[in-house]
Design a protein around this ligand. Structure first.
Ligand code: FES
Ligand code: FES
Length: 170
């Protein structure tokens, strides 16, 4: 069965007619040719496919495109551009927060959303006081980024990059 839907991706409106079984990740990669979000596991376990939907990060391999009719989506392509990088992208470069780069688009989208969560005082599993304002720490970063795996093991540099971006030193 095919279904018509509209997505606003990186500020651009798209009208699509898709097989209802199409995941959001496949809609982005195969139909809109935005290949920044990566297919790692296709099972919701690695975070390589992370994009920001209506301000929240999600694994785009685990959700159907038709569930997002009318939604605003930001992919890595919409965060910044060569010569006009998002501060998180600049921080990853400065701190060498990658090796092969396969997980990096998902890491960066997730990190941007994670900092927004802290700034919005959303507690995490390691927050000591659920009623207190969320605080920024290495432990909070590691917990909030725990859904994004890096097979190259660039974790320490990723934490440094996110710390830098959080403190806006980039
Ligand atoms: Fe979506 Fe791994 S490809 S979580
Ligand atoms: Fe290679 Fe993370 S940089 S998987």
């Amino acid at each position: 069965m095919r279904h018509s839907l509209a997505l606003t991706v990186n500020g651009q409106d798209h009208a699509l007619e898709l097989d209802t079984r199409t995941t959001l990740l496949d809609a982005l990669r195969e139909h809109l040719h935005l290949t920044g979000a990566k297919k790692g596991c296709d099972h919701g376990q690695c975070g390589a496919c992370t994009v920001i939907v209506e301000g929240r990060r999600i694994n785009s391999c685990l959700t159907l495109a038709v569930m997002h009719d009318g939604d605003a989506i930001t992919t890595i392509e919409g965060l910044g551009a060569p010569g006009d990088l998002h501060p998180m992208q600049a921080a990853f470069i400065k701190h060498d927060g990658y090796q092969c780069g396969y997980c990096t688009p998902g890491q960066i989208c997730s990190a941007v959303a994670a900092l927004d969560e802290i700034r919005a005082d959303m507690p995490s599993h390691v927050s000591p006081d659920l009623d207190a304002p969320a605080t920024f720490s290495g432990e909070e970063i590691r917990e909030r980024m725990s859904g994004n795996l890096c097979r190259c093991g660039a974790y320490s540099n990723i934490v440094d990059a996110i710390t830098d971006a959080a403190e806006e030193r980039v």
